[in-house]
Structure formats: structure tokens, C-alpha cells
Design a binder for this molecule. Structure first.
Ligand SMILES: Cc1ncc(COP(=O)(O)O)c(C=O)c1O
Length: 476
């Protein structure tokens, strides 16, 4: 039965059916029923929408089409992004959150949500080592990194709040050359511009070179710039590398700048006793971003920014005439004044259900499983003569490529294999670049993936590689 045929039921009952059916389909069949952009445009155009009819038939047809051509991100052959899978407790939280539809700004309109968010953040502050500080839910890692940069700027220049950038000296901000692009955006959005962003070289494992960092900081000071912030990364986007937070913390102190850790991806290792050593030195950081929707697999979005010094958000975000909304500021029950947003979703309810259901131990097991499966994947790459591990593995990012026969361009070859694999719907993995070298970035972060799924991925990859090699030989 297609999803659109269930018209005799109430929309809520039909929705329950759709959810039930999709939760069975999402891990079987193809990862995606691949359509080119124009093919999909045609498919959507051909749906008889019966616009304005207030009939549910058209809507269920749209739902059907939406799900039929969406990428199954909970499929065990989906390794494409830093998030994957679906967990039912969190999904229930997400649906219920939409059902009650409220905004996180005041206790008045979000009483339970305010208490839950406060409780979850207090627990997470302890886990992430910010127990005496504060935390704010954000729309994700990019937003957290941006707010952290604003906090750093305001910390350095308190006059910024009223006078803006006018009259400020030239500043500089330091990130590793493999930091996430959200830092570039944050520089532009904060008004200090890309010229002030210094990209520090990394070593061959993807870690920021701290000697180079010190040198670049000194050069910047010599040029009359004021260093404002150093951003270290906990789990870089491509290689999953962790910077040396102890060393960066000391350097930040010596140069009197804010030290932020972008742990949007790898910060989750805080839940694992065997992995959390990667975060050593985080106690020296002024702030840390983390996304619950990445490694832990809670539905998007679920970002958190932790800050060492309580009162930081108040200084930067609590502004303007809010008398229409925050009626009893003295009680400090409302969470809205400390956010960059006004309206804000209840992103912590889904996390709360997930946390209550699985517990910290469950989160730890999830992360440890990713590491075990990643070691298995690494072993398979090392054992296959036609595959090459391109960078040392840190966590659950695995960077590899196929080696073609002589005379074939290695980047084009790997790009073609991954494209073919994607369009076949057998497996979906991503590409990235390590300098000029294209790399296949395999991310193992679906809690339901098994050893067999990993083996199947490599079987699919290797079979596609043979086909592409044959195609190239025929063309030659
Ligand atoms: C290290 C890192 N920081 C920040 C982000 C941005 O996170 P979001 O997509 O939640 O904005 C990403 C996204 O992949 C990331 O890998």
C-alpha cells in the first residue's frame, strides 16, 4: 500500500502509519533512488497538487514523493555526513516538540522546556568540563563558533557593545588550515573580515602546528594587530584530528587571547572513557562548541556552546527593549535573553528523551562502537592492495582512496567511483581534499551499523572501482 492510499484515516493516524512504514524502509533497499535535478523537477511537476482543495490526498502524495526520493540517512550504507542514523526516543522528542510548538525564550510559553533545557545543560556542563560556567543551545556548530567569536571580541574590547568596530585596532584570529569553514563565515559576519583570519599550518596528521601558531601570533603583534582568539578543533571535519589543547591554552594565555574549541564533531568523545583523552587541555579553553546532532545522532539541530565565565552571554546577547516579552527579568527564569535568537525551537527535548532512554553509558557504548568499527574499516583498507589510507585515523573519520593503474588520474578515478556508487544507491560516502589530493571520507556514525555493513561498503566500493577501471580502459 502506498502512503497516499490511507485517506480514510485522520491525518494523525496516517502520519503514524507513514512513520511506521518509513522506519522499516529507511534501512533497506537503495540508499537513494537517484534522480538528476531535472528528472526530479519533472517528477514533482507531474504530481497533481489540486492546490487550495484542502484535501489530504495531495498532501499524502507529496509526503510519499518526499520520502521516496529522499536520501535514507539512517540506511546502513549511508556514510556521507557527520551525522547518520535515527534513534526512536529522539525522534519521538522531535515530533512531540513540533506538536506542542513553542519557543524557548520565556518560561511563560515554555515552562517544561525551560526546566528540561536547564537540567540537560547542567549535566552536559559537567561532562564537558564547564561545570562553573554557562551553556547555550544554538542552531548548530556554525552558530556556536560565531557566538564564541563575538564573545572573544567583546571580552577583548568592552567598548564594542556601544561603539561597534569604529576606533578599534586591527585584530587577528587564528585557526588551523583544516578548521571548519564556519570560522571564515564568522569572520565576515562579525565585521572583522577575512584578512584578519590567520590559517595555521597542520602537521601530516592534521593537527595545528603550535610552533607555527606562536610565530604567527608574534608576527601579527609585530604588525600592530591585536590577537583576539585562537580556535582549536576537536575532531576536524575531514580527518577528525584533535589539536593540542594544552599547548594552545598556554599560548592563548601568553598572548592574552580567548581560546575556543570547535568540538562540533569530536566533542562527543567526552562521553567515552576510552576516547576522552583527546580533549585533554579543554580546561584551558574559554569556550567549546558541540553538536548533539552529529556523533550522537540526535535529529538535526542540537547545538550547544559552553562558556567558562558565567555572565558572558548576558554581556553580549541581553539587549534592547524586551519589555513586551521578558516580564520578570529579575527572576532569571527566561533563557531567551542569553541567546542570539529570539524565537528558538526546543532542541533539547529530543536530546533529553535520548539521554534518559540510553543514559550516559549508552552514549559511551555508541561512541566506542564507532571507534571499533572504524578500526575494522582501517584494517580492511590496509589489507587491500588497491586501497590506500591517506591519513592517520584519529576517531571515526577514515580517509582513503583507490589506486588506479598507471596513467589514470587518481583524483578523477576516485571521484568517478564515488559518483557511480552514489548513483547506484548501493552506498553513499563523501569526498574531500587533503591539499590537492582527493580523499574518500568515510564517516561511521550510525549507531545501528554493523561489521557486515562495513564489509559490504568495501565490497561495493571495490566492485565499483573495477567497473570504473574497465570503463577507463575501454575509453583509452
Ligand atoms: C568541526 C566542525 N565545526 C562546525 C561545523 C558546523 O556545524 P553545523 O552544521 O551544526 O553548523 C561542522 C560541520 O560539519 C564541523 O565539522
Amino acid at each position: 500500500m502506498s502512503r497516499s492510499e490511507r485517506t480514510d484515516k485522520s491525518p494523525y493516524a496516517q502520519l503514524a502509519d507513514v512513520m511506521e512504514q518509513y522506519s522499516e524502509e529507511r534501512s533497506t533497499g537503495a540508499v537513494v533512488d537517484y534522480q538528476s535535478y531535472s528528472e526530479l523537477q519533472d517528477k514533482l511537476k507531474n504530481i497533481d497538487l489540486d492546490e487550495g482543495s484542502q484535501s489530504w490526498d495531495s498532501l499524502w502524495k507529496l509526503v510519499d514523493t518526499y520520502l521516496s526520493y529522499s536520501v535514507k540517512t539512517a540506511h546502513p550504507q549511508y556514510f556521507n555526513q557527520l551525522w547518520a542514523g535515527q534513534s526512536t526516543p529522539a525522534l519521538v522528542g522531535s515530533v512531540v516538540e513540533s506538536l506542542a510548538n513553542t519557543s524557548m525564550y520565556t518560561y511563560e510559553v515554555a515552562p517544561v522546556a525551560t526546566l528540561i533545557e536547564t537540567e540537560v545543560l547542567n549535566r552536559f556542563k559537567n561532562i564537558f568540563g564547564f561545570s562553573t560556567g554557562e551553556a547555550q543551545v544554538t542552531t548548530g556548530g556554525s552558530n556556536s563558533n560565531y557566538v564564541a567569536l563575538l564573545l572573544a571580541l567583546h571580552n577583548k574590547f568592552p567598548s564594542l557593545k556601544n561603539q561597534g568596530l569604529q576606533g578599534l585596532p586591527k585584530v587577528s584570529v587564528f585557526v588551523s588550515e583544516e578548521a571548519h569553514y564556519s570560522m571564515d563565515k564568522a569572520m565576515v559576519m562579525s565585521g572583522i573580515g577575512l584578512d584578519a583570519l590567520v590559517k595555521v599550518p597542520v602537521d601530516r596528521t592534521g593537527v595545528m602546528q603550535t610552533e607555527a601558531l606562536s610565530q604567527l601570533l608574534q608576527e601579527s603583534v609585530n604588525q600592530g594587530r591585536v590577537p583576539v582568539s585562537i580556535i582549536g578543533t576537536a575532531g576536524t571535519t575531514v580527518r577528525g584530528a584533535f589539536d593540542d589543547f594544552n599547548a594552545i591554552g598556554d599560548i592563548a594565555k601568553a598572548f592574552d587571547c580567548w581560546f575556543h574549541i570547535d568540538g562540533a564533531w569530536g566533542g562527543a568523545v567526552a562521553f567515552s572513557n576510552t576516547q576522552k583523552q583527546f580533549l585533554e587541555g579543554r580546561d584551558k579553553a574559554d569556550s567549546l562548541s558541540w553538536d548533539g546532532h552529529k556523533m550522537l545522532g540526535v535529529p538535526l539541530m542540537c547545538g550547544v556552546l559552553f562558556v567558562r565565565e558565567a555572565g558572558s552571554f548576558d554581556r553580549v546577547c541581553n539587549l534592547g527593549d524586551t519589555s513586551y516579552i521578558f516580564h520578570d527579568g529579575a527572576q532569571r527564569q527566561d533563557l531567551g535573553p542569553y541567546s542570539l535568537q529570539c524565537g528558538r525551537r526546543v532542541d533539547m527535548f529530543k536530546m533529553w528523551l535520548e539521554y534518559v532512554y540510553y543514559g550516559e553509558q549508552g552514549f559511551e557504548q555508541r561512541i566506542d562502537k564507532f571507534m571499533t568499527l572504524s578500526a575494522l574499516a582501517e584494517g580492511r583498507i590496509l589489507a587491500e592492495p588497491s586501497l590506500e589510507l591517506q591519513s592517520q585515523r584519529w576517531i571515526n573519520n577514515i580517509c582513503f582512496r583507490s589506486i588506479p593503474s598507471a596513467g589514470v588520474d587518481v583524483n578523477a578515478y576516485n571521484k568517478r567511483i564515488r559518483e557511480k556508487l552514489y548513483q547506484s544507491g548501493n552506498s553513499l560516502v563523501n569526498i574531500a581534499y587533503l591539499k590537492d589530493d582527493l580523499t574518500i571520507r568515510l564517516i561511521i556514525t550510525n549507531k545501528d551499523v554493523s561489521e557486515q555493513d562495513i564489509e559490504e561498503f568495501f565490497d561495493n566500493w571495490l566492485a565499483t572501482a573495477i567497473t570504473v577501471q574497465q570503463e577507463l580502459q575501454q575509453c583509452a
